[in-house]
Design a protein around this ligand. Structure first.
Ligand SMILES: Cc1cc2nc3c(=O)[nH]c(=O)nc-3n(C[C@H](O)[C@H](O)[C@H](O)COP(=O)(O)OP(=O)(O)OC[C@H]3O[C@@H](n4cnc5c(N)ncnc54)[C@H](O)[C@@H]3O)c2cc1C
Length: 478
């Protein structure tokens, strides 16, 4: 992986932002004969909004028909489903159930069914209250009916971002981490991006900077949208709660968003959320007491039994909301610049479709798109989902390499072998948070209380101290 400042090299295209959208774009562009760089302000890929969402692979049944978002979500669902199968990104097709809790919501369900059909999705089904309770027996009292959405799925957002960025790097993309773009000079045939690690020269620029996409857009002379961070807080319940929630349970959506849902997670937990609160601070990903109380009050109505289970974690993500209801996607031939901004609440699903779409716009604007004759095989991502075999369960793998039998994080059953593997992967973690997203280490009910020291030691020694600690030795003797 190339991460040093590359002030002398001129790129054909620089993509700003290594979230899901930017990583998908860099990967897509690297399928052509182009010298591409992916520039990220943070120390790791996938460390912005793409790390903290509800992780649902949406069918797009409730998008605004005819919008770009509707098209991108529908197409993205197909592309990401196929990509997940090819790379091993964990996905579970749990299906979703929209529940009506009052007459107004019940009356809205047939319209939502029609809207789904207008969005190209005809598999929804209206069901009675008794069928709602048959499907989700632990729902709170008072449900009047429902609409099933059988193809809504849960997915690992962390592995999705990492897979896309990893494949971009394997295809030759230069990943420049720790490079915050602060200025842009568009000259006749080159654009100079000023970053806090020096200048980067490129012919074309693609802005996928998420919460910073309006700021970058202004560097290119535009004033067409402003990002207002819309915080979504979520509660994560212990794995003991998982049998209560066998599918995604959605409220009837409103103009402000999809509302508070209950969903299984790909890691075997249950999540409740998100909230929707507009903030002024684009960095405020902290959770709040009000958010916690609000979610508990919603949970009490949705599924009172859930409140008897333990909350093991809470987190918040910031949606890049704007004054526009649709994504802001455009390419400008004169400044050799494209934007994919304001990708508010469906970008995990839509990212790969946006990458294809924006690449097409760049081609129309004059970027030469000659496909590469061959591209490397897609990466095989480590499985951190509960639905498929994990290394600690795999006897053959453990026999071949005992490090996969040495559990370091007991809550999440993460082994020394998996942690070690991250350090030799194309995009190694830069810190504990990155390691957590790659392995689930410290992500369980103890939140690193028991394994934190050992995981830190493994990180600091880049896996060399594996099994040297007293804890590992004890495990080996069992
Ligand atoms: C609570 C919540 C729930 C959601 N649920 C879902 C869901 O269930 N399904 C779904 O499909 N979507 C969901 N989303 C939406 C989805 O998470 C986002 O649309 C998606 O992650 C946006 O990706 P992105 O690449 O545009 O932005 P980001 O992931 O934020 O990436 C942008 C990157 O640009 C970098 N950057 C910014 N400024 C600069 C700069 N000046 N220089 C260099 N780098 C810069 C940032 O550091 C960041 O890494 C949800 C979002 C939230 C907040």
């Amino acid at each position: 992986m190339k991460t040093a400042p590359r002030t002398t090299e001129q790129f054909d295209v620089v993509v700003i932002g290594a979230g899901i959208v930017g990583s998908a774009l860099a990967r897509e562009l690297a399928g052509y004969q182009l010298n591409v760089a992916l520039i990220e302000a943070r120390t790791d890929v996938g460390d912005g909004t793409s790390k903290a969402n509800t992780a649902i692979l949406h069918t797009g049944f409730d998008a605004k028909p005819g919008s770009l978002e509707s098209r991108m979500v529908r197409e993205g669902y197909r592309l990401l489903s196929d990509y997940a199968s090819a790379t091993g990104i964990p996905v579970e097709r749990t299906g979703a159930l929209l529940v009506a809790w009052n007459q107004e919501e019940l009356d809205a369900l047939p319209g939502l069914k029609d809207k789904a059909a207008a969005n190209g999705y005809s598999q929804t089904e209206l069901i009675s209250a008794s069928e709602v309770y048959r499907q989700v027996p632990d729902l709170g009292d008072g449900a009047l009916g429902g609409l099933t959405v059988p193809d809504e799925s849960i997915i690992c957002t962390w592995t999705t971002n990492l897979a896309l960025a990893t494949e971009a790097v394997l295809r030759g993309v230069t990943l420049l981490l720790n490079h915050r773009v602060s200025g842009a000079e568009v000259r006749d045939d080159v654009t100079i991006l000023h970053t806090d690690q020096g200048d980067v020269a490129t012919r074309w620029v693609v802005n996928a900077a998420g919460l910073g996409s309006d700021v970058i857009d202004r560097l290119f002379g535009h004033d067409r949208f402003t990002v207002v961070p819309r915080r979504g807080e979520l509660l994560v319940y212990d794995k003991m709660a998982r049998p209560l929630v066998n599918r995604i349970v959605l409220p009837v959506p409103t103009s402000r968003g999809k509302g508070v849902l209950v969903s299984p997670t790909i890691y075997g937990n249950v999540m409740l959320g998100p909230t929707a609160e507009d903030l002024a601070d684009r960095t405020d990903t902290g959770t709040s007491e009000e958010g916690f109380e609000f979610l508990l009050s919603k949970g009490a109505r949705l599924m009172p039994r859930l409140l008897h289970e333990e909350v093991t974690a809470s987190y918040a993500g910031l949606r890049a909301a704007t004054e526009h209801s649709d994504y802001i996607v455009d390419a400008d031939a004169r400044t050799r610049y494209a934007v994919a901004g304001g990708i508010r609440s469906t970008g995990l699903t839509a990212g790969m479709a946006l990458a294809v779409h924006v690449t097409g716009l760049l081609g129309d604007a004059g970027l030469a798109l000659a496909p590469r004759e061959s591209v490397p095989a897609v990466p095989q991502m480590p499985n951190i989902g509960e639905a498929a075999l994990r290394p600690y369960q795999d006897a053959a793998r453990i026999a071949a390499d005992p490090a996969y039998g040495t559990v370091v994080c007991f809550c999440e059953r993460v082994t020394a072998g998996e942690i070690r593997d991250t350090f030799v992967s194309p995009i190694p973690p830069s810190g504990l948070e990155g390691l957590r997203r790659r392995t689930r280490a410290m992500n369980g009910r103890c939140q690193g209380f028991f394994c934190g020291a050992e995981v830190t030691e493994l990180l600091e020694s880049r896996g060399e101290s594996s099994c040297a600690t007293s804890h590992c030795q004890k495990e080996d003797q069992r």
